[in-house]
Design a protein around this ligand. Structure first.
Ligand code: ADP
Ligand code: MG
Length: 703
């Protein structure tokens, strides 16, 4: 980080900027950047290029070392072959902030990839705050800094925006400038060789001039670090993000249920949710949310009042409220009395308030005033269709004034074309967005309510249980000695070591051992083939439930024969003899983990048994999870009512499931070598849970 001020101030608020590779050559990127800086930057622009004495009327230096004044930021636009050397020169000259526009690095194949590794090393050596390479550049409106080669500079505002696509930035600015939407800082992240989304979340969360952080991302470099920083940031700065594109699945072939059900898309969904990020699906929502979060206060309640002069749009708004986390406010007696006094008889004074088509500006204002004054009202949507008696500019002014008076957020729906244009500008001055579509107004208000919930979240630390870590390590080490990277019920001890209840069981290598094991267990037993080569035991008839003592020896032989028939060279570790678990009073659930390349261990909970993939009724969270998060997972599945007891069944022991998830979370956090793990089923009975099966894949290099 920049020594002088901390954070990324040197990047966004430098006094002097060197352009390494500055030129006057028309149509070149070097020219575009130098021109953009010369045009708007309040500080000093210093061209660097050994070929010229002067660029665009400014003295040009042969290299950064010969610049006599302090330079805090260098923008590098030289060809890729000399870019790394140019960056090293910056480091040598004490320039700590570098924006690398030059392309031809990791995005272009193996030569570029090795060049990018070199660049990363140089950046580490000189402790550089480096943006890019392959970046469009950075902007910061307070000083007019436009160190990009885009055609337009941003308007001033309080939204700070990062994008993994430079082209998207130019498109957004072209549109935002027309709409009058302003920005504080804009960053094109490029290849993210050094600085990535987490660094900018941290920098902007400390920036008093940034009200909202926006991101357009194709991937997140380090999910765990991002979650941590974003959680912290969102306690006072909302983050809105679009995540586009599919990330590559992990290198390992997926062999578990959890692996199939908890892929990278689920990891992003869970990770961004846990980070407190408002994830949006499209660009329109990205800016709808950004504008209202930047312009309007956070409401005290989700109760919305709707004020309209048209019935139809009022109904559409009510429908949209039903699909959101807002609810229709019910007005107090006083409010209703005032409204019936002020409104004509034909008007509807219950929410939505319909002031009807002949409502003039005064009636509109009264209705809005009375509604906003009600303490049951947290926010409002004002709708108007064009009528002969309403002037939209006047209405916009009234909406703005009333909003400011009550300090409750308002979204406006002045419906129409041309005639709304100037009214929109009036509303914008008050920070109020206007939409044609009532559903967009509702969704935008909804983002405020959702952000309120995020801001108020309290993050509990994950619980740390007393476990036998050493025993777990030994079990994994034994598998490593055998050369297995796939483990089955022979690793049940792992669960036991971490306090996840398992039924009594033993692995027998000979029929007579099975007989004696069964004798130690009360009643009938379950017998299962144990082989790292057989993943789904029941698929080959490798599980026998309810075996009486006298059949144990024969069953042993039979299970081994089946395994041999299935795969003659299968490695057979033996047969597990296991205590019966009562499936009549219990429900088969699944708890599992899949390690995501970006977010790390992703936990899964769902209904288990053989139909997990068919039901697809699961919840995922990035581990480690707190008790609250584990509880949300259990309560979050669609079939949760089944666990609460349905059709005369006893409710499952919810606390025991929650605790098992937390213990599994601790296990997979302690052992990064575990790549995938399924406990299917975890039988959830009325008094506790039993893990009757386990399957996992380990990365032996990590052991
Ligand atoms: P796999 O998933 O490899 O086929 P499991 O050990 O999960 O093997 O067994 C398959 C099914 O057999 C379970 O879903 C469960 O219905 C039943 N089962 C397994 N172990 C027991 C047990 N100890 N008590 C009762 N039923 C069991
Ligand atoms: Mg199973």
């Amino acid at each position: 980080m920049d020594e002088n001020t901390g954070g990324l101030d040197g990047l966004f608020a430098p006094e002097r900027v060197a352009v390494v590779g500055a030129t006057e050559t028309e149509g070149s990127i070097g020219r575009a950047i130098t021109g953009n800086l010369v045009a708007d930057f309040a500080g000093e622009t210093v061209p660097v290029n050994p070929k010229y004495d002067e660029v665009l009327g400014l003295d040009c230096y042969p290299d950064v070392a010969s610049i006599s004044d302090d330079v805090r930021l260098a923008v590098v636009v030289v060809p890729p072959s000399i870019a790394v050397d140019a960056i090293r020169d910056c480091g040598e000259a004490g320039i700590r902030n570098v924006v690398v526009i030059t392309a031809g690095f990791g995005e272009t194949g193996s030569e570029g990839a090795s060049r990018e590794r070199e660049l990363t090393e140089v950046a580490a050596e000189y402790d550089l705050n480096l943006v890019g390479p392959n970046s469009l550049g950075v902007m910061s409106t307070p000083s007019g800094l436009n160190a990009t080669f885009g055609p337009e500079n941003a308007l001033p505002g309080s939204i700070s925006f990062m994008s993994q696509s430079g082209a998207f930035i130019t498109a957004v600015l072209d549109w935002a400038n027309d709409e009058g939407i302003g920005f504080k800082d804009v960053v094109s992240l490029g290849n993210k060789a050094v600085l990535d989304e987490t660094d900018f979340v941290e920098a902007w969360s400390d920036d008093p001039d940034t009200d909202v952080i926006l991101g357009y991302l194709e991937g997140i470099e380090d999910g765990g670090a991002f979650i941590e920083s974003a959680r912290e940031a969102t306690t006072d700065t909302p983050i809105v993000m679009v995540k586009s594109g599919r990330t590559e699945a992990g290198a390992q072939a997926v062999s578990s249920h959890t692996g199939t059900l908890a892929g990278s898309e689920q990891a992003y969904e869970a990770g961004l949710e846990q980070a407190g990020v408002l994830r949006v699906e499209n660009v329109q929502e990205l800016f709808d949310f950004a504008q209202i979060l930047a312009g309007q206060p956070i409401p005290d309640s989700e109760e919305v009042a709707i004020v309209t002069n048209a019935g139809g749009p009022g109904v559409m708004t009510t429908d949209a409220v039903g699909d959101s986390s807002l609810s229709l406010a019910s007005f107090s007696e006083d409010t209703l009395a005032e409204l019936s006094e002020a409104m004509p008889e034909e008007a509807n004074i219950y929410n939505p308030i319909d002031a009807i088509g002949d409502a003039d500006i005064d009636r509109f204002e009264q209705a809005l005033d009375i509604a906003l004054a009600d303490e049951n009202v947290g926010c409002a949507v004002v709708l108007s269709a064009p009528t002969a008696v309403i002037d939209f500019d006047d209405l916009a002014e009234v909406i703005g004034e009333r909003q400011a008076e009550y300090g409750k957020p308002v979204a406006s729906v002045l419906m129409g074309g041309e005639r709304t244009e100037s009214a929109k500008m009036v509303l914008r001055e008050h920070g109020i967005p206007n939409y044609f579509d009532p559903a967009r107004a509702v969704r935008s208000l909804d983002s405020l309510v959702r952000y309120r919930e995020i801001r108020e979240r309290e993050y509990e630390a994950p619980e740390s249980f007393d476990v036998d870590r050493e025993r777990a390590r030994e079990i994994l080490a034994r598998a490593d000695e055998r050369g297995d990277n796939r483990l089955g019920v022979e690793a049940m001890g792992l669960l036991d070591a971490y306090g996840i209840p398992t039924p009594e069981g033993e692995i027998a290598e000979r029929p007579e051992d099975a007989v004696s094991a069964a004798r130690d267990i009360e009643g009938e037993v379950v017998m299962k083939i144990v082989s790292p080569d057989i993943l789904h035991k029941s698929d080959i008839g490798g599980v026998r439930v309810g075996v009486p003592d006298e059949d144990v020896a024969d069953t042993f032989e039979d299970l081994v024969t089946r395994a041999r028939n299935y795969q003659p060279d299968a490695e057979i570790l033996g047969v597990q003899v296991q205590e019966m678990v009562d499936l009549d009073s219990g429900t088969e659930t699944i708890i599992g983990m899949n390690r995501d390349p970006q977010f790390g261990p992703l936990l899964l909970f769902g209904l288990g048994g053989i139909f997990v993939e068919v039901l697809e009724d699961t919840e995922t969270r990035v581990a480690p999870v707190s008790e609250r998060e584990a509880t949300e997972m259990v309560d979050g599945i669609r079939s949760a009512p089944l666990l609460r007891g349905a059709r005369g069944r006893d409710p499952a022991d919810r606390e025991a499931i929650v605790e098992s998830l937390q213990r599994l979370s601790q296990l997979v956090t302690d052992f990064p070598a575990i790549l995938e793990l399924d406990v299917n089923p975890l039988v959830a009975g009325p008094d506790g849970v039993q893990a009757v099966d386990v399957r996992l894949t380990v990365d032996r290099d990590e052991l």
